[in-house]
Design a protein around this ligand. Structure first.
Ligand SMILES: [Zn+2]
Length: 270
């Protein structure tokens, strides 16, 4: 599944091909993805210039003066700027033809992604309840500590809650908690202010690193279990149950938490 670093890498890769270019035509090859695709954008978008590509959580927004297509890659989606004469395949669900001579093509075998519409000056309901971006100044230890106050939910569940902070997926939560020495089951309200600061720093460092390394062709580096290959060699706990902790040598453990596997070191994390 594309995580925040992959979506940010997609945004950066598309920038030179998409930003400041005009949409000439929209081709929709099916009426829905995860949700119905608003057909009005076939009338609204042509002629509009894409002034900016924004990433918010794992959504991409193509801003124009008339409104903004809101795109999510779902479980298996990808968005590429291709030569416009390349024939569409079975899983290519929509195209935006650009005046750059390229076509912005969305491919998604499992169709859990979406193409929606945000009217100008409005915030789409899907974006309304999202917490801050993990790499923003707004997200820091004090923010986490204040939000965690009085909460008994496990810190890992809390950290993966999109209303608290966006884009901290299962792999990144496990790695950040290990880096901060915090047990995934510890109640969020029982993490000290200093340890909240360590945790926020770890989240920023790990996501920032993944984004910096995401410049390579990600699709070529996905291992069969879905872990991006460029990152796999550097994981401390994720996917390593039973193997020795890189810090202390104790065997790492895995527990089920909210239907997700949570990997941790019983010696280093408390
Ligand atoms: Zn350890």
């Amino acid at each position: 599944m594309p995580e925040l670093p992959e979506v940010e890498t997609t945004r950066r890769g598309l920038l030179p091909h998409v930003e400041s270019h005009r949409v000439l035509a929209v081709t929709l090859r099916r009426p829905d993805l995860r949700w119905p695709v608003p057909t009005a954008l076939q009338e609204i978008l042509p002629g509009q210039r894409i002034t900016r590509i924004e990433r918010r959580a794992k959504y991409l927004l193509l801003h124009t003066a008339a409104g903004s297509p809101l795109i999510h890659l779902g479980m298996s989606g990808s968005l590429r700027a291709l030569a416009s004469n390349l024939p569409a395949g079975q899983h290519d669900h929509y195209d935006l033809l650009l005046d750059s001579g390229r076509v912005l093509r969305y491919t998604d075998p499992r169709r859990f992604g979406c193409l929606l519409w945000q009217a100008p000056g409005m915030l789409h309901p899907l974006l309304a309840t999202l917490g801050p971006e993990p790499l923003s100044a707004e997200f820091d230890g004090d923010y986490l500590w204040h939000r965690a106050h009085g909460r008994s939910a496990p810190i890992k569940t809390f950290l993966m809650d999109q209303r608290i902070v966006v884009g901290v997926g299962n792999i990144y939560a496990a790695e950040a908690l290990f880096a901060a020495g915090i047990h995934p089951l510890r109640g969020a309200g029982r993490v000290s202010r200093a340890r909240c600061a360590a945790l926020a720093d770890a989240v920023k460092r790990i996501l920032g690193y993944a984004i910096a390394r995401g410049g390579t062709t990600l699709r070529d580096f996905i291992s069969p279990d879905g872990v991006p290959g460029y990152f796999e060699q550097e994981l401390s706990v994720y996917g390593r149950a039973g193997q020795p902790c890189k810090a202390c040598g104790h065997a790492l453990r895995v527990i089920a938490l909210g239907q997700r596997s949570s990997f941790y070191c019983p010696h280093c994390q408390h």
